[in-house]
Design a protein around this ligand. Structure first.
Ligand code: SIN
Length: 188
């Protein structure tokens, strides 16, 4: 059976106590914005690194042949760049469904960088850790590129996920060697 975190997420934070909440996106949430937001800002979180270590049963692969999508792993001293969105609480109903394949909501400090002076806000983030059933874990960047080249699911080709992410990171001026190396292998 495919992993489904919707119910777990609904019990994690009492979102309806808030008028608005910041959400940090570091994967498809950067480039596929299918939800309403009040404002957005580029930003980063500290102590985390993006990795194509999560399996995708429902978007970029299937239960039988999972694709590979990004999650975060703890990494002291590192910054992970992405996009932050200020949203209303009702948006999480849609997001919990979209991120249901192993991702749990966590609280995180986000540094917003769109103004001359950066500022910190508290927000939420979806992370799929190694305890979820769809987790695939490490592989070489070349193997990950091959895996991605051969995967697709209901949301489209796995390669489109990778290429869209790499493009949007470049547009943000962010450098992510892991993503860019896999992109290079894929294009070969
Ligand atoms: C995110 O984008 O923040 C979570 C992972 C994904 O949906 O690709």
């Amino acid at each position: 059976m495919s992993v489904n975190t919707i119910e777990q997420n609904q019990q994690r934070q009492a979102l309806h106590d808030y008028d608005e909440i910041w959400l940090f996106g570091y994967g498809s949430l950067i480039y596929k914005v299918d939800f309403a937001f009040i404002q957005q800002s580029p930003g980063f979180i500290s102590g985390w690194q993006r990795r194509f270590w999560q399996g995708s049963h429902d978007h970029r692969g299937t239960l039988e042949q999972p694709g590979r999508v990004v999650t975060l792993i703890p990494a002291a001293g590192m910054h992970c760049f992405g996009m932050a969105y200020q949203v209303t609480a009702d948006v999480f109903e849609h997001l919990d469904h979209r991120e249901k394949n192993g991702y749990l909501r966590h609280e995180v400090v986000i540094t917003l960088t769109d103004k001359k002076q950066s500022r910190e806000v508290l927000g939420l983030i979806y992370i799929a850790d190694e305890s979820n059933e769809a987790y695939l874990g490490p592989a070489s960047e070349r193997e990950i590129a091959e895996h991605i080249a051969n995967s697709s699911g209901p949301s489209g080709e796995n390669s489109e996920y990778l290429l869209s992410l790499a493009k949007s990171l470049r547009e943000l001026g962010a450098v992510d060697d892991h993503v860019f190396n896999i992109e290079r292998y894929l294009r070969k």
